[in-house]
Design a protein around this ligand. Structure first.
Ligand SMILES: Cc1cc2nc3c(=O)[nH]c(=O)nc-3n(C[C@H](O)[C@H](O)[C@H](O)COP(=O)(O)OP(=O)(O)OC[C@H]3O[C@@H](n4cnc5c(N)ncnc54)[C@H](O)[C@@H]3O)c2cc1C
Length: 365
């Protein structure tokens, strides 16, 4: 039922024409519609990862994946992944959950996760310094390409309170009000918005800490696992959307006196892609299921899912653009938009090389 609700809501209200093209072409600074985000709240979708005791649906990563696949299929710009999935998981079980969950539930609050300090995803390499001062902390440093960092109410920022870059120990997660930092907006390839954020002598009270001082790896890992499983599902949706649009085109376009879909060479390519998308979907759902059940191979399957979904999605958008011929190169046709979304989601929370290396590491190679 959730899948049906999400599918019809996003195909209608979250469609490319109504959302992505509209906000892109009107120069929207958020990159998404705030009214749509409130509709996510009204439908209860923002509460999927929030416990029932705190007003949410008390569901999990599997249900979030069903919604994210539809978001991917329709290229819907929305803070669902950063806020209702990764952000909600980062603050779960902490005092910040009481503070921010009501706004997430109503589709008013947006959270961003500030991790990377270079163009490459490398959470352990966090160098941003958080020094103790009085009862609180002072933050100095920079974060790059923080998705929705320009419109978020709170920026969940991983900083170093001890140890050296490269270590998982000595990190602390802070909930930083956006007004406290210098935010420079950036537009990504798919027209979504991110931010370069500078922290210069940002003073925070001790209650800005999410979880434990020096123990930030735990909430960060929770958020990243949920975000990576979620982005895998969204990439499956991108691949499936590009595939459907391409197969539809193969059945319409006539060349050399017949439909191009009648050529066996193109049928083989479409069939191969279909098989690959099914494998990527299975990996994404398995990762989500293991996260929900606390399975010991959850970290491994999350990395498998992100690597597989990103490579399959790249294949799908490349095949899509090529089989559409020249019109795949024009902005007027939607197929090129799938390629742009894949380029950004493929990077988010670690690219295919990052996750292949992680699969090797977790498998003891
Ligand atoms: C066959 C073909 C057809 C095409 N057809 C069209 C078309 O019809 N219309 C059209 O407009 N374009 C088209 N393109 C261009 C296509 O949009 C670009 O290839 C695509 O945007 C990727 O750009 P890039 O490979 O240069 O990636 P890059 O420039 O390497 O990066 C892509 C984006 O990702 C961002 N990024 C980098 N690191 C991160 C990170 N860690 N987190 C988040 N984001 C990050 C970058 O800021 C950049 O915006 C086509 C390309 C090809 C190959």
């Amino acid at each position: 039922m959730l899948q049906e609700t999400a599918a019809s809501f996003l195909a209608d209200e979250g469609s490319i024409a109504k959302q992505l093209r509209h906000w892109r072409d009107t120069g929207c600074t958020d990159g998404y519609g705030t009214a749509l985000w409130k509709q996510f709240g009204e439908l209860g979708l923002t509460g999927i990862c929030i416990p029932e005791a705190q007003g949410g649906l008390g569901l999990g990563s599997v249900e979030a994946a069903l919604v994210l696949e539809e978001i991917g299929r329709n290229l819907t710009p929305s803070p669902f992944l950063t806020t209702a999935v990764a952000g909600a998981r980062a603050i779960e079980g902490t005092a910040h959950a009481e503070r921010w969950y009501p706004g997430i539930l109503s589709g008013e609050t947006v959270l961003a996760l500030a991790v990377d300090e270079s163009s490459r995803h490398a959470p352990e390499k966090t160098a941003l310094a958080a020094e103790r001062r009085g009862n609180g902390f002072v933050l100095n440093g920079q974060k790059q390409l923080v998705v929705h960092g320009n419109s978020a109410d709170v920026i969940l920022t991983i900083a170093r309170t001890a140890g050296s870059p490269g270590e998982r120990e000595g990190l602390t997660l802070f909930a930083v009000p956006k007004a406290a930092a210098e935010v420079e907006s950036a537009t990504l390839a798919d027209s979504s918005k991110a931010a370069h954020i500078t922290f210069s002598n940002v003073e925070l009270d001790a209650d800005a800490v999410v979880g434990e001082v020096d123990g930030g790896w735990a909430p960060l890992a929770r958020a990243l696992n949920a975000g990576r499983a979620g982005v895998s599902a969204e990439l499956v949706g991108v691949a499936a959307g590009a595939w459907a649009m391409t197969v539809d085109y193969l059945k319409q376009r006539k060349q050399f006196g017949k439909l191009i879909g009648e050529f066996q060479a193109l049928q083989h390519r479409a069939a191969h892609l279909y098989g690959e998308i099914e494998i990527a979907r299975a990996a994404a759902l398995k990762a989500a299921e293991l996260l929900d059940s606390g399975g010991e191979k959850a970290d491994l399957l999350v990395a498998v899912a992100k690597a597989k979904a990103a490579s399959v999605s790249k294949l799908a958008v490349q095949e899509g653009v090529q089989m559409h011929g020249g019109i795949g190169m024009t902005d007027e046709h939607d197929i090129g938009l799938y390629m742009k979304r894949e380029a950004v989601l493929g990077e988010l929370f670690g690219d295919v090389y990052f996750h292949r290396a992680r699969v090797a590491e977790l498998s003891g190679y």
